[in-house]
Design a protein around this ligand. Sequence first.
Ligand code: ABN
Length: 186
Amino acid sequence: MKRLLDALTARTDAGAERMVRRTAQRYSRRSFIGRAALFMAGTALLPVLPFDQGGRAIAATPNGGKLQDDDPLACDYWRYCAIDGNLCNDCGGTLTSCPPGAEASKVSWVGTCRNPTDGKDYVVSYNDCCGKAACTGTECVNSARERPGYQMSLHNDINWCMANKSMGYHCTVAVLVGQVDDAPAG
Ligand code: ABN
């Protein structure tokens, strides 16, 4: 058995050596470094290339953007304009608090939603609730002003439990953080 392994190792070594010698003869060191640099630059650029989000565009906001202020258990409730997850108020929690046994994510995705009652824009923090198996309540995916994953701070299709000790995703709450000042910037 040992002899067979030694023979196999020797053949593999010889094959690898032949390949390295052939490559070294064919390419100069400078050309090799140039090609390696090009390859590395190419792979570094890959994550920032645009990718098709056509499917998500359909779900940009329900009802063509006409959201309501009456039913927080429906996906077209205005605070959910940029939510991606299961509603915690349909999983034993509330609109703003996690169900018992789950803890709020330490990081979150923030959206800006218009309240149809007063016509004002509000900043909404979508915190995932973590540490329990995924809940099976209503799932909503709305994407007002959302951007693909290469702009991570503007992307909502992420498990925000990633910074918690227990990273299992359970559901998502929508907490009002503040009203957007409508005075023009300047
Ligand atoms: N933010 C909710 C979520 C959790 C896991 C995967 C995708 C989205």
